[in-house]
Design a protein around this ligand. Structure first.
Ligand code: HEC
Ligand code: HEC
Ligand code: HEC
Ligand code: HEC
Length: 183
């Protein structure tokens, strides 16, 4: 009788121990996956902005032209960001009571430029100008900025010199450092 009881204890305990180990592994894998998702999401979607402006909604879903908001991109070295007034062309009528819009309205009423977090930049010693790239060579914005239309929050890209030079070589553009980019 006792012998029988012993075997039944060991046979029913062993799977329990294994089940415990498998569960532990499953939990560990889930934690690892969550960690990586959060970690990479931070990098993938770029920094939070003072107002949760979305390029996916405006340039993607609503198909507003890039040049409507970045109107200097063909006229001066800097594309520039839209002034607060420009948002209210539309938002005086569209979702004016939405909390994010009321934040924007506070900037408008106090005449404060929105402190947007800068995403794309090159160091001071590099000369860059949008005009030859867009007006003359006719590149699409996405060649350098990625598919902005699909992004809620723009992501950081550090432009490496290689990025400029490879394309200049491919397109027979100026590759003399001092004449072109380091003036
Ligand atoms: C309705 C206005 C609006 C439209 C349309 C729009 N943008 Fe923007 N853009 C903004 C605002 C506001 C910011 C600053 C907040 C941010 O970075 O998301 C910005 C930021 C950017 C930046 C980053 C600037 C920096 O900080 O380095 C790039 C690049 C850009 N836009 C490209 C585009 C392109 C390409 C399109 C068209 C596909 C486009 N934008 C359409 C309003 C607009
Ligand atoms: C040409 C018109 C137009 C301009 C200019 C414009 N918007 Fe919008 N915006 C829209 C439309 C249309 C929607 C979608 C509203 C809806 O979903 O009902 C929207 C939605 C939004 C939303 C909510 C989006 C969401 O779902 O998270 C925010 C926030 C916003 N806009 C901020 C801005 C800011 C900041 C500016 C100025 C840099 C701006 N908008 C300029 C038309 C515009
Ligand atoms: C050949 C690459 C290239 C193309 C094409 C390009 N950009 Fe840029 N863009 C840059 C670089 C490089 C910077 C950073 C410039 C700096 O730091 O002075 C920049 C910066 C910006 C900024 C930040 C604000 C500013 O004025 O510097 C905006 C907004 C922007 N680009 C919008 C656009 C739009 C809209 C288009 C398409 C019409 C476009 N860009 C096409 C390379 C490009
Ligand atoms: C997608 C390809 C491409 C990329 C990326 C690119 N360029 Fe260019 N760039 C060109 C072409 C093509 C021209 C010549 C345009 C023309 O003259 O028709 C040019 C012209 C220029 C000029 C004007 C040169 C002159 O002859 O006066 C400067 C300055 C310049 N690029 C700087 C840069 C810098 C800095 C970067 C990197 C941040 C960069 N470019 C990235 C394609 C590119």
């Amino acid at each position: 009788m006792t012998g029988h009881a012993e075997t039944s204890v060991t046979t029913s305990d062993k799977p329990a121990v294994w089940r415990g180990r498998v569960w532990l592994m499953v939990v560990a894998v889930i934690f690892a996956a969550m960690f990586f998702l959060y970690y990479y999401e931070d990098i993938r979607i770029g920094p939070p902005q003072p107002v949760s402006f979305s390029h996916r909604v405006h340039a993607g879903v609503k198909e507003i032209n890039c040049r409507f908001c970045h109107s200097n991109v063909e006229r001066s070295a800097h594309a520039g960001l839209p002034e607060v007034e420009k948002c209210f062309f539309c938002h005086k009528y569209i979702i004016p009571k939405y909390p994010e819009m009321q934040k924007e309205e506070r900037f408008f009423n106090t005449n404060t430029p929105v402190p947007w977090v800068r995403i794309f930049w090159v160091p001071d010693f590099v000369f860059f100008n949008h005009i030859p790239h867009i007006k003359w060579a006719g590149f699409d914005c996405s060649r350098c900025h990625g598919d902005v239309k699909t992004m809620d929050r723009l992501e950081y890209t550090k432009f490496q010199m290689n990025f400029c030079i490879t394309c200049h070589r491919e397109n027979r553009a100026q590759v003399d450092c001092w004449l072109a980019c380091h003036r």
